[in-house]
Structure formats: structure tokens, C-alpha cells
Design a binder for this molecule. Structure first.
Ligand SMILES: O=P(O)(O)OC[C@H]1O[C@](O)(COP(=O)(O)O)[C@@H](O)[C@@H]1O
Ligand SMILES: [Mg+2]
Ligand SMILES: [Mg+2]
Length: 333
């Protein structure tokens, strides 16, 4: 069987007029950075990359060494590519400008360099999430405002999962495509064309330790799932929570399911737990492109008008019929 690499896939996308040459290059550079992060993640204690960095990020969270390393790799790899106007990262408070003497392009790149940080030291899957927007024409040097575009304006989104194998999942708005890293060859091989999420599922993911903080619609939904065959759903449901959004979403992309980090009393002041611009939006685009749905419980995530770079939002995503049910429960008085 002919093996198609990510590079070949992207060239074909460009030939088909789905992406520009600059966007192709941008995705190639992100994928190259992901390979470097994958090497660091897999070396673990051998490379001394585990543990705390001793610093806090913009969100006041303690940074792990790998958060910092992954962030540096992505920033450095993308700075000189010539396809970007600016970058934004979970680990950097302000917009990251491209050095003035470097070539620049028309895209904005946003990323969560290392998602699932609490899993690094226990050798459980973590990931990288990214989102690509256009720098609004005529806006000159990008500011925070340039990034504040609704998620439906993303031109590409994807993530890497550093699991037993490293996978790279990508959408440019025409389906969701999965690639697996061949470590010996050093290339991503096209292994999962047109990934799709079944509309129905019997699996859900939520941090159930927050139950006492949940709003009534989410509590009702989860309690009904837990009642299984004996409850109103008349069938049993299974629960999984990796605590790496990338891994939980990847499971849903592979075999269906619903993932929730809803609004609750603990995170109400911040607006939610997960970040809109580089967690919720790219995942929402991927999930919708795979036939699923993504909502805050009240609104479609991709329609939200962001008001700040590091904004947080509630997230309910995955199998269409389950997400619609959660949204319907939020509508009821
Ligand atoms: O520890 P909790 O409350 O279960 O939260 C887990 C969630 O937080 C996250 O780790 C947040 O992402 P970061 O690790 O990038 O901060 C998600 O990946 C995950 O779904
Ligand atoms: Mg994250
Ligand atoms: Mg992170």
C-alpha cells in the first residue's frame, strides 16, 4: 500500500485549492515542532524534563518544565518561517510578535503547547493544540484585538497526541485527518482519513469530583447517565476521564462520546476552566468537522465573539445527539 506522508497530503490540499502555500508551510512547521516536543516528552526523566519549572504562567498556574520547553520549541520553530504575522500561547501573557527583521506572513497562530500538564509527571498522554486565523487585512502589526475572531473564522486547527504513538490530527475545513509519527522515518504517515464521530454514544467524560459545583442541567444529565438501564435513558453508560483534553477528545474522535468541562461554581468567576482561543475553538472546529457538536451548554462555541486572548469558556462537545440533549436541558427552566 502506498504510504502518504503529511507533506504529500498538504501538497495535494494546496493543489486542490484548499490551502495556500503559506498555510501549507505553517502546518509543516507546526508538525516539525510537534516532532521535537514528542522527542522531549518521550525521553521523560532521562532528559530531566519532568517536574516544575518554578514559574507561574499568565493564568497563575505553576508551569511544568515541559510546558516551558514545548512553548519555546513552538515559538522558535514558527518565528522564522515567514508565514506568520504573530503568535499567541497559553504560556505567554501578551501577543508574541515576530522579530522585526524576520519575514512575515498573513496568518496568526495560537497554541496550548502542552495540554494535560498534570499528567506529565505520571507518564500519561499529553498533547499540543493549535489554531490558525488570518491576520485581518489592513490591520498592520497584530495586536490582541487582531486575534479576537470567532472560531468559525479559523482556517485550520489541530492537535498532537503524545501517547503510545504520536498522532497529528488536522482540519483545514474539509474533514478531519489523522497522521501517525513513524519514528524511524521521522515523518507523519496518513493513517486516519476523514475521522468521524458517531451521533450516538454510551460514553461520557467529566471530572465528577466537581459534582457539588455543577449547575442543575449538567447534574441532571449526568445523573440520568449514571442511572443506566434503570433510569430514563434505559441503557448503561461508561465513564472515562484522562484529564488531558487532547486524549479525551481523541477518544471521542475515535469511537464517540461526550466531553464536558461545564460552567460550575468553582470556575464561574473565570467563565469556565478551558481556554477559548487555543483549547475550545480548535477542538470545536475539529469536532464539528467530524460530524459532532461543540457548545458551551448555551451557545455554539464557534460563534462566540472573544473579548480577551486568555478567555475561558464552558465546554460540552462530542457526539451530536448527546450534546444537543445537554443544550436542551440548559434551555429548560
Ligand atoms: O484537573 P482537571 O480539573 O480534571 O482538569 C483537566 C483539564 O485541564 C486541562 O489539563 C487544561 O489544560 P492545560 O494542562 O493546558 O492547562 C485539560 O487538558 C483537561 O481536560
Ligand atoms: Mg490545555
Ligand atoms: Mg497547557
Amino acid at each position: 500500500m502506498r504510504r502518504v506522508t503529511l507533506t504529500q497530503f498538504l501538497i495535494e490540499q494546496q493543489r486542490a485549492g484548499r490551502i495556500s502555500a503559506d498555510l501549507r508551510l505553517l502546518i509543516e512547521v507546526v508538525a516539525r515542532a510537534v516532532k521535537a516536543i514528542s522527542v522531549n516528552v518521550s525521553k521523560g526523566a532521562l532528559a530531566g524534563v519532568l517536574g516544575e519549572a518554578g514559574t507561574d504562567n499568565v493564568q497563575g498556574e505553576a508551569q511544568k518544565k515541559l510546558d516551558v520547553i514545548a512553548n519555546e520549541i513552538l515559538l522558535q520553530a514558527n518565528e522564522w518561517g515567514g508565514h506568520l504575522a504573530a503568535m499567541a500561547s497559553e504560556e505567554v501573557e501578551e501577543v508574541h510578535h515576530i522579530p522585526f527583521d524576520y519575514p512575515k506572513g498573513g496568518y496568526l497562530l495560537l497554541f496550548d503547547p502542552l495540554d494535560g500538564s498534570s499528567n506529565i509527571d505520571v507518564n500519561i498522554s499529553v498533547g499540543t493544540i493549535f489554531s490558525v486565523l488570518r491576520n485581518p487585512p489592513g490591520s498592520g502589526e497584530p495586536s490582541e484585538q487582531s486575534f479576537l475572531q470567532p472560531g468559525h473564522q479559523q482556517v485550520a486547527a489541530g492537535y498532537a497526541l503524545y501517547g503510545p504513538s504520536t498522532q497529528f490530527i488536522l482540519t483545514v475545513g474539509k474533514g478531519v485527518h489523522g497522521f501517525t509519527l513513524d519514528r524511524e522515518m521521522g515523518s507523519f504517515v496518513y493513517t486516519h482519513p476523514y475521522m468521524s464521530i458517531p451521533a450516538d454514544t454510551s460514553e461520557y467524560a467529566i471530572n465528577a469530583s466537581n459534582i457539588r459545583h455543577w449547575e442543575a442541567p449538567v447534574r441532571r444529565y449526568v445523573e440520568e447517565l449514571q442511572q443506566g438501564k434503570e433510569g430514563p435513558r434505559e441503557r448503561d453508560f461508561n465513564m472515562r476521564w484522562v484529564a488531558s483534553m487532547v486524549a479525551d477528545v481523541h477518544r471521542i474522535l475515535t469511537r464517540g462520546g461526550v466531553f464536558m468541562y461545564p460552567l460550575d461554581e468553582k470556575c464561574r468567576k473565570q467563565g469556565g476552566k478551558l481556554r477559548l482561543m487555543y483549547e475550545a475553538n480548535p477542538m470545536a472546529m475539529i469536532v464539528e468537522q467530524a460530524g459532532g457538536a461543540a457548545s458551551t451548554g448555551r451557545e455554539r462555541i464557534l460563534d462566540l465573539q472573544p473579548h480577551k486572548l486568555h478567555q475561558r469558556v464552558p465546554v460540552v462537545l462530542g457526539s451530536l445527539n448527546e450534546v444537543e440533549r445537554v443544550v436542551a436541558y440548559h434551555r429548560e427552566p
